[in-house]
Design a protein around this ligand. Sequence first.
Ligand SMILES: [Zn+2]
Length: 868
Amino acid sequence: MTETRPVIYLQDYTEPPFLIDKVHLHFDLHEGETRVKTLLDMRRNPLVPTADLVLNGEKIQLYSVALNGTVLAEQAYKVTPHTLAVYNVPDAFQLETEVGLSAYDNTELSGLYRSRANFCTQCEPHGFRRITYYLDRPDVMACFTTSITARKDRYPLLLSNGNLVDEQTLSDGRHYVRWEDPSRKPAYLFALVAGDFQSITGEHRTPSGRIVTLKVYVEHDADPEEGRFALESLQRAMRWDEVQYGREYDLAIYMIVAVSDFNMGAMENKGLNIFNTKYVLARSDRVIDTDYVGIEGVVGHEYFHNWTGNRVTCRDWFQITLKEGLTVFRDETFTEDMTSQGVAHIDTVNGLRTQQFLEDAGPTAHPIRPASYIEVNNFYTNTVYRKGAQVIRMIRTLIGKEAFRQGMDVYFERHDGQAVTTDDFVAAMADASGRDFTQFKRWYDQAGTPVLDVSSQYDTQTKTYHLTVRQSCPATPGQPTKLPFHLPFRIALWAQTGAAQPIVERTLELTEETHTFTFTDIQAAPIPSLLRDFSAPVIVNYPYTEDELCFLLKHETDPFAKWEAGQRYMTRAILHAVDNVDELHVRVVPTCLVEAYQHLLTPGIVTDLAFLARLLTPPSEMYLNQQRTPMRVEKVSECRIRFKQELGIALRAEWERWYHMLKPLAVYTPAAVGERALRDLALMYLVAADAEAFRHLAYRQAEGTTYFADRWGAMMALRDVACEERLTLIKRLHTAETPALVLNKFFTYEATALLAGTYDRVKQLLKDRSFDLHNPNNVYALLVAFGTNETQFHHVSGRGYTLIADYVICVDAFNPQVAGRLVMPLLRWQRVDTARQAMMKAALTRILKTANLSSDVYELVSKALAVS
Ligand SMILES: [Zn+2]
């Protein structure tokens, strides 16, 4: 392939040549053509010498352009597929345009589009240019007023950002509204919603005494009470941001609208968040405990953006992590405060290690602040979000919570109302703490997951202990060598004799390639506990003995380090079996591990049952597969099943006792969540131990309740078991009446099953009436989920690759962003054996040869094929 596409570089950034002070938009909404009239108060940026005004605009039909009230002749401007240039504009002027667009034909779900019978918008990053001609870049901030007319019967609700200032019924069955947003904002935060919704209302009193009206809107066929949990989450998030960061909300109203068709999770539009229904709707007969956590986390995330993203925004799209890394950090710590801190942090780490480490080791590896892109949509990644959040967490660890809070205050005071960069953020932290972050900033520029190789030495004569840490970072595309990172490395030293507390607890700082830390007055060789609290997003290698891991699993007081000891032990046991394929008679689970788990399962030893369940959950197949190149998918799957079976048998008495003892209440409370997590894990192990004997238990649990979380826990125990009970439960879940939220769970359940028939089942469901390829949630739930089912996706025949490639091509024709997510597992061909590599590369080449391929998929696939 010789085709190339334009690359955009961070270093080429220049200030906007024109500024926009005021925007007035008028929408005349129609199912056919919607007309948009835009009035811009503009002026030349005195700092940038330019002549012509060039506005962004895509897939819109221009009807007229007027400058200071005079309609321009055709030779006074030029329209291309992506721009409108107006020649010889004065220093200050009013520009008026009228365009037409068809929201009903917008299948990309970017700009103004239709979701079911409603209109809604998605403007980040480049949707606004699909609505009108504009300087569509985040560093152009303006005050917006928006008026809308639409049929009153079909669209009784007309919303935009800010405050409603006018409302009129028109004579022709239509009505009119006008919204004013007093805050300056970039166009990507613009939002419009028109349709038939139901709502619930609440309020929030800010510390300064202002009352904010809170609204949650759901589609007209949903029960508005399904938005209650989201509303309460919003109230908790507002209070949390006031207490933790001293930040108040600034408008009189805050609205959340849930729509069925949305490419992402939710969008933080000023005063008018638009959400994927998945992160709003909660009903006890449709959702599970992790859905509540997800809703609260995403509602919090979008709310926290009001300060970190909206009031202080990004200068350019290379800075996405400025708002996303920081806001993910804020939502992760919010979740830690609202649920179980240890469990929430473990879930964060687990997600990072399975998703982001994989990205960092693949062909699309990029730093949290990339230096270039072809399609910015490809940079809403785990790296920019989740690793970005880890970078913020490291800053907090290095300077302490108090200085971190002061740094945030400096950042807000200095930059409120501005569009800034990650350098500005770090400078605020440096100024507040007096620390030098020069070297630390390499985290923003260097891709790849650093590896820490640790060794230790104890000197019995001098009673000193030496810990040597060598850091390295693998090469990533475009970055063959890396400089050492500055990172906090939390450690503890435990006396082997056992004690309630470690003898040493320290936050070490690494800056060099190699450090040796010396600890004196250590009476006997200690057990080191490394990377406590997961103090940096790195991989740690240390030659632990099994006894040491057992010790840490039993005695560690740091939740992450305790969990990590168990994960290391289980990973080692399963991989040992994987590497010794011929010794099938050898047990996978070592006796020492059984004893440690027996100890932990003794009632009263671990009181947080959700945490106990995490301690006993084996590492995922995806995580295990990452530990071997080339991947050993079949063997990993087989050995992981054997591991669960053996642990199920070895601890059968414990599992049975816990299963029958736990009677979680049908509510979402920390206690009930913990009890359910442990009960369902016990059930999983019992079914793994002896499916014949225990599958009826799962069936009884599922059938004996209307509380969906209880039902789902039982179904998960049967997910990989081909049996009558599973089929019956599945049939109940897949009916014409099944609501969308449950249907998506069902799709994922089928697509992630380890059963031999999964591939055929996915193909069958793709053709099912309940599946809609144009609905992003459906595609994520069935096809993207299938891509995470590594055993099935990497089936030796190559059929998994063909299936995903077929649908990437198909979906790319109407929704490139969704296709970009779907193609991800195909990009990682370097991880498999040569026979599979050939098939994956053939699938990628076929995609690349497709006519009219989007820049989203083009960039990802061409990068994957470029690596050798
Ligand atoms: Zn966000």
